[in-house]
Design a protein around this ligand. Structure first.
Ligand SMILES: [Zn+2]
Length: 230
């Protein structure tokens, strides 16, 4: 799946997961405080987007994923974690966006990375796309992050959600993912073969677009739409 699809699926999927508001994610202070600080800046930079961003912040605030978002920078940090984790599994693909973003595909370092993955990790869509890898990384951040940094909880959830959604999103493509590896190396898809699509195809855009609209709708996006049209 394309990097932009992964970003969109990661962000909207995380908002959907948070819809269920587990008790331990319940906000402990008014999350809109941070947005109130950031709002004038958005208003002067992109006034046309203000209504939309208001709606998005409303969704995040209500999502339960926002309990620690007392400062504006925390909003951006949480979104950055979701985006980073949504792209991370494709670090096993030399020309992926995450490798280009971090310069891990160029020069000596890029060559070393490439060798490392060839020897220890294997080809694209293997180890980094195993469910077991997701579970192991999630446990590490769930336990490790709050231990070294007390407000880390939601960021750990955001990481886990972004990474997991990447794997699920790839399972919508016709190539599938060996999600039960290394025990079972067979590639699986989430839906019947007929409904899968090729990476970068029109059907990928259509599917990701439709999923995003559903998430926005679930989150009361009708109100956001109305404020945009008003
Ligand atoms: Zn992938």
């Amino acid at each position: 799946m394309l990097f932009r699809s992964h970003v969109v699926v990661g962000l909207s999927g995380t908002a959907l997961i948070a819809r269920f508001q587990p008790a331990w994610l319940t906000p402990r202070w008014p999350v809109e405080t941070g947005w109130a600080e950031l709002r004038p800046w958005v208003e002067s930079a992109t006034p046309w987007a203000l209504g939309f961003v208001d709606g998005v912040v409303g969704l995040w605030a209500a999502s339960g994923l926002a309990p620690l978002l007392e400062t504006p920078i925390a909003y951006l940090a949480l979104i950055a974690v979701v985006v980073f984790a949504s792209l991370l599994p494709d670090i096993d693909h030399q020309s992926s966006r995450i490798n280009r973003l971090f310069g891990t595909s160029r020069g000596l370092f890029g060559w070393l990375m490439h060798r490392f993955f060839k020897i220890f990790v294997g080809p694209h869509r293997t180890v980094t796309h195993y469910g077991l890898t997701w579970l192991a990384l999630s446990l590490i951040v769930w336990i490790g992050l709050p231990a070294i940094w007390s407000p880390g909880g939601p960021y750990a959830v955001a990481f886990s959600s972004g990474y997991g959604l990447h794997i699920l999103a790839d399972m919508l493509t016709e190539r599938g993912v060996p999600v039960f590896g290394p025990v079972n190396k067979r590639s699986y898809t989430l839906v019947p073969d007929l409904l899968t699509f090729r990476t970068g195809s029109f059907w990928e855009y259509l599917t990701v677009g439709a999923l995003t609209l559903i998430v926005i709708w679930v989150w009361g996006g009708g109100d956001v739409l109305q404020s945009l049209l008003a």
